[in-house]
Design a protein around this ligand. Sequence first.
Ligand code: 4NP
Length: 154
Amino acid sequence: MKILMVCLGNICRSPMAEGILRHIAHREKLDIITDSAGTSDYHVHEAPDRRAQAAMLAHGIDITDLRGRQLLPSDFTEFDLLLAMDASNLQHMIGIAPDAASAAKAKLIMDFAPDHPEREVPDPYYGGDQGFERVFEMLLAACTELSAHVRRAT
Ligand code: 4NP
């Protein structure tokens, strides 16, 4: 299963989601390939935001190797599932999908955590460190359920 995490800048939320899913998949020996991308080109080739790196390291997960890239229409052919952090990302993704079958692969990541009260992962870029910890907790909940879904499906 190939899963792409998508946000706006690809330096905060989606690299955190990629790092959490990569960590769980490695620990549980699940057949998951994961990557992340931004709908914008603002931070292409950049490492994750220092606050995102720190929030992840505080939970024992290293994402310092990740680099920003922009979402491509070909990602819809490459990946089985493309997970948006918020509704704006999702709208953009559907807009560049090559066809309807591809567009159907795009979903909100919090769809995998239906019991969580929030449907969108808030953009932490303009806030403080607390925002990154909150994003971590939301993404951990979603990626834990997502990995259980993959285990059942494979
Ligand atoms: P992300 O956060 O989409 O979670 O990576 C952002 C990073 C950068 C910007 C916006 C959001 N920016 O406007 O530069």
